[in-house]
Design a protein around this ligand. Sequence first.
Ligand code: NAI
Ligand code: MG
Length: 491
Amino acid sequence: MHLKEKSNQKVRPIDCRHFINGEYRDSFDMKTFENMNPATEEIIGRVSEGGKKEVDEAVKAAKTALKGPWKTFTSSQRSVVLRRIGDLILERKEELAALESMDTGKPYQMALEIDIPRAAYNFHFFADYLTSMGTEAYQQDQQALHYSIRRPVGVVGMINPWNLPLLLLTWKMAPCLAAGNTAVMKPAEQTPMTATVLAEICKEAGVPDGVVNLVHGFGPGSAGAAITEHPDVDAVTFTGETKTGTAIMKAAAPSLKKLSYELGGKNPNIIFADSDLDEVIDTTLKSSFMNQGEVCLCGSRIYVESSVYESFLEKFVARTKELTVGDPFRDETKVGAVISKEHYDRVLGYIQSARDEGGTILAGGSRLQEEDKGYFIMPTIIVGLDKDATCVREEIFGPVVTVIPFETEEEVIEQANDTHYGLGTTIWTNDLRRAHRVAHQIEAGIIWVNTWYLRDLRTPFGGMKQSGIGREGGMHSFEFYSELSNITIKL
Ligand code: NAI
Ligand code: MG
């Protein structure tokens, strides 16, 4: 492998500054931190480190902008702006994909084919949705007419994760702007680059100054905490770890902010013997190892009906060993580097726990041997663990799956639900009745039958139990990003 290939010759990494009231700004004390490319371990730029002061400025700008020209935009004018943002993202897709890959370590091709087009589509979708939305109205016999109107919630704080930086940020920003709000976003400290470019794109597309603001920084005691504590932030949307969700809820309690959470998952992938094994394996390779397993929807707990357990494993292990791991900028790379040294150590620690708890590693289990730099972990398959093993219970968020055989439908439903998470589940079966029957009993917000990661932006997206609060997508996004007032007219 050639280390020198691990960057994109055409696109240079960028230094990242805050974006407040329509312009890029340094921190008041000029403080910055380093941005590292996890595939090369090189420092690729500097990032302004914001805190309470910068967040105060950004919130002030966002609050003022609520009363400015943005308030007078009709829904079709907002729709035009959203469409332009989506178009500009597509125009700059190679650049954005390269920046995303350098920040996260993910394969460039994946960013180019999935993350960036989906980011653009978030804006295109809500541009259309906005112009076709109706409102609720009820006639109460001859007595009264009731109807409801929607208005913005106000200033929305957006705390974002590092795994799908632009995709998840735009998923929030598009409905937020569609509903007429203003925003203060904080990207994850590990992945500041694409959000920095998005701020400029929003301005170019015609978003008035102060509507979209960006403060870089860390979580606790830094910019993240300052957003969640600020009395003038009306709502916070957060994607990340469940225990961060708890901290944010505490910080948001004094000012009773509206909260929307997409948190962790430990998603079951349930394979019945009557399914098409080749199709199962094609999709299971993705649901296990896509984005290095750093997707909240990854199906990291694989349950296979015992009659096909051996044949599934044989094929799945062979195909996993064929996956190309390494340089994110090579076309054939399927698995890149995990996000940071800290995360790399944590994932390898989980693999060690599996060995200690009696598991057998059938593929992977270590770093990529051919490279001495970069946080590359080989796609790892673990068998022989019991249901209480650490790797079966905890979210690893890396390229690591466990495979466990089952005998009956009842048994696998019970095991699938035996977790405090409830985000996604995939069920593989060609038995129509069983598909419905099992789906109705699985405790998860998103249930796929014979597929994975397929998404229609009109449908509700979110988790049950400790995997989230609220749903996003179509009308469900508007429920969060707008306030309803009901008006009753006596007839
Ligand atoms: P995290 O939840 O700590 O970070 C996500 C975002 O929250 C970052 O922008 C961070 O700066 C911010 N943040 C952290 N603490 C905060 C606080 N007290 N107040 C306000 N903002 C705060 O996640 P982290 O540490 O980066 O990743 C750890 C684990 O979280 C992963 O190993 C994975 O298990 C899980 N995770 C899950 C994601 C998902 O999509 N479900 C996404 C990212 C991480
Ligand atoms: Mg980075």
